[in-house]
Design a protein around this ligand. Structure first.
Ligand SMILES: Cc1cc2nc3c(=O)[nH]c(=O)nc-3n(C[C@H](O)[C@H](O)[C@H](O)COP(=O)(O)OP(=O)(O)OC[C@H]3O[C@@H](n4cnc5c(N)ncnc54)[C@H](O)[C@@H]3O)c2cc1C
Ligand code: FES
Length: 506
């Protein structure tokens, strides 16, 4: 990809929002509900619970929104590519109808919240399209999705005049959908939660949760006791690995390029492969087009030419099809795909009494995460929820992805460590050092830093990952997506503990 002076390896949404400055947890706390995770799921649950009169503590390990939500595309919609065809086939018409209703209700909830809380987050109504470029199978799939969605009572129609600057044969159109600046929305929710006996804390990773009366969240800075705890960490923590085989971690990439003349009242996703997702936005006086895609299971690591090649393919699509300039921002993030296509919102485990979970948002978490947060808020406040059954987190699944286990079993023997010449400065790799899988990194000065290469979640061997476009490299776990900084600190769970430091032989 051609470098431009302004090109940044970060999300447009993170770059164009003011940072948050909530303090760390400074002392032990007691609240009605502790919510772990300051993404869309956690903050929506916290906002709603506070609205219902409970005191809430939001415990965010990093900064609000800097997980998956701040790296989203920004579509707020119940049209999830061709989801209804699949859901109806797998779960029946009533389940597909309920999924659509839950997501439409989430969209309405977001619109009402923006209004009620006066959130300035660029929320605007758009039509959302799933388009087919060619005729044939994909066009028929799109037509079938439109007809089915209309039968389910959703605002769907099949159209052939797709408002894209390149030829497309037809599309499902959902009217009255929306898009927003996800970071600004979350910041608004956080402001509305903080105060009056409730609190938002940042840079406060929860190390462990314990069920009971009270339930307890343990951090390095203090302990939070609560009647109920909501685990909204995207990939659940504290579940003993229960979700590992029920979720696939999927990584995707986005570029944001300056672009003029594209429709501002429409968002798009292709039915065709390779999948491309398109959204336009105006930030700080510049019109941008976002193109997302190139998704792959995190367990497939660096296939497809690596992140640079994936981002370049998106930039090329943006340039050639949409008239986009050189990308100003480029980023990637990962989300959880539930094995049966339905989110999980409910008890963390079948035995949990006061621990709740939200996960499996299937890359449509702005609405699925909102709907799930409302399911959990209802459970905590004893209200009836129309979707608790559909999103039941204790449901049994058929044979699930088990990507982690397969991967762990397929582990190749590691090369033995034979000293520095094997590693150039700035490079890392995993070696067998004295019989132990060891993650070794040589810094720019050639100094070696060693960590245990066993992921602290379920002990898969981590892999060295170059940061995209100059970002700091990380150690990534191919099994369920945990990511660790070069000093071993957890960046992203489900791992809760840092990688241990190792001494290298002289
Ligand atoms: C490329 C891409 C594009 C997408 N585009 C869309 C879209 O257009 N529309 C849509 O609806 N969905 C989209 N999604 C999906 C959507 O963005 C996600 O489903 C959603 O943002 C997930 O929200 P979350 O609250 O579960 O997770 P997060 O936003 O990741 O929030 C979890 C938070 O928990 C914190 N945390 C983790 N562990 C701990 C701990 N131990 N202690 C304390 N805090 C912790 C993290 O720091 C993080 O801030 C997209 C996903 C991807 C990958
Ligand atoms: S073993 Fe599960 S994330 Fe590493």
């Amino acid at each position: 990809m051609t470098e431009s002076a302004q090109s940044k390896a970060m999300s447009l949404w993170v770059a164009t929002a003011e940072g948050t400055q909530y303090s760390r947890l400074e002392k032990d706390l007691e609240v009605d509900v502790a919510v772990i995770g300051g993404g869309i799921a956690g903050l929506t649950a916290a906002y709603e619970l506070r609205r219902r009169g409970l005191t809430v503590a939001v415990l965010e390990g990093s900064r609000i929104g800097t997980g998956v939500t701040g790296s989203t595309t920004g579509k707020v919609t119940s049209l999830h590519r061709l989801a209804y065809t699949q859901l109806a086939a797998d779960h029946g018409m009533e389940a597909a109808r309920a999924y659509g209703q839950a997501n439409e209700a989430a969209l309405a909830y977001i619109a009402a919240t923006v209004q009620a809380a006066g959130l300035e987050c660029g929320f605007r109504r758009v039509s959302n399209y799933t388009y087919a470029e060619a005729g044939g199978e994909q066009l028929e799939a799109v037509r079938a999705e439109a007809e089915l969605a209309a039968r389910l009572g959703l605002p769907a129609s099949f159209i052939t005049d797709v408002p894209l600057p390149f030829a497309a044969q037809g599309a499902v159109r959902f009217e009255d959908q929306a898009q927003f600046h996800a970071m600004k929305y979350l910041h608004g929710l956080a402001r509305a939660v903080d105060g009056g006996g409730s609190v938002v804390v940042e840079r406060t990773a929860v190390r462990a949760v314990r069920d009971g009366t009270p339930a307890v969240a343990v951090t390095d800075h203090g302990t939070v006791r609560a009647r109920e705890i909501v685990v909204a960490t995207n990939v659940p923590m504290g579940d003993g690995g229960r979700y590992s085989g029920r979720l696939t971690i999927h990584r995707s990439y986005i570029v944001a390029s300056p672009a003029d003349g594209l429709p501002a009242d429409a968002t798009f996703i292709s039915a065709d492969e390779p999948m491309r997702s398109i959204l336009t936005t105006r930030e700080d006086g510049t019109d941008y087009v976002l193109v997302g895609g190139e998704g792959h299971p995190a367990a497939e690591g660096d296939t497809g030419g690596g992140s640079a090649a994936r981002l370049e393919r998106l930039a090329e699509f943006s340039r050639e099809r949409l008239g986009g300039g050189e990308p100003a921002y480029r980023w990637s993030t990962q989300d959880t795909l539930p094995a049966d296509g339905l989110p999980f919102a409910g008890p963390l485990t079948p035995d949990s009494r006061h621990l709740h979970v939200i996960t499996g948002l299937r890359k449509w978490g702005l609405t699925n995460g909102t709907a799930s947060a409302l399911v959990v808020a209802d459970a905590i406040t004893g209200a009836a929820s129309a979707w608790a059954g559909l999103f039941d987190s204790t449901r049994e699944l058929g044979p699930a992805s088990a990507q982690g286990r397969e991967r762990a079993e397929a582990e190749a023997p590691l090369p033995p460590w034979r000293g520095l010449p094997r590693l150039a400065p700035g490079e890392g790799a995993v070696f067998d050092v004295g019989g132990k899988a060891t993650a070794v990194y040589a810094d720019a000065a050639g100094v070696v830093h060693a960590l245990s290469a066993r992921c602290t979640h379920l002990r898969c061997v981590v892999e060295f990952a170059h940061g995209a476009d100059g970002a700091e490299p990380t150690w990534d776990c191919p099994c369920h997506g945990s990511r660790f900084a070069l000093d071993g600190t957890v960046i992203q769970g489900p791992a809760e503990k840092d990688l241990a430091h190792r001494d290298m032989p002289d």
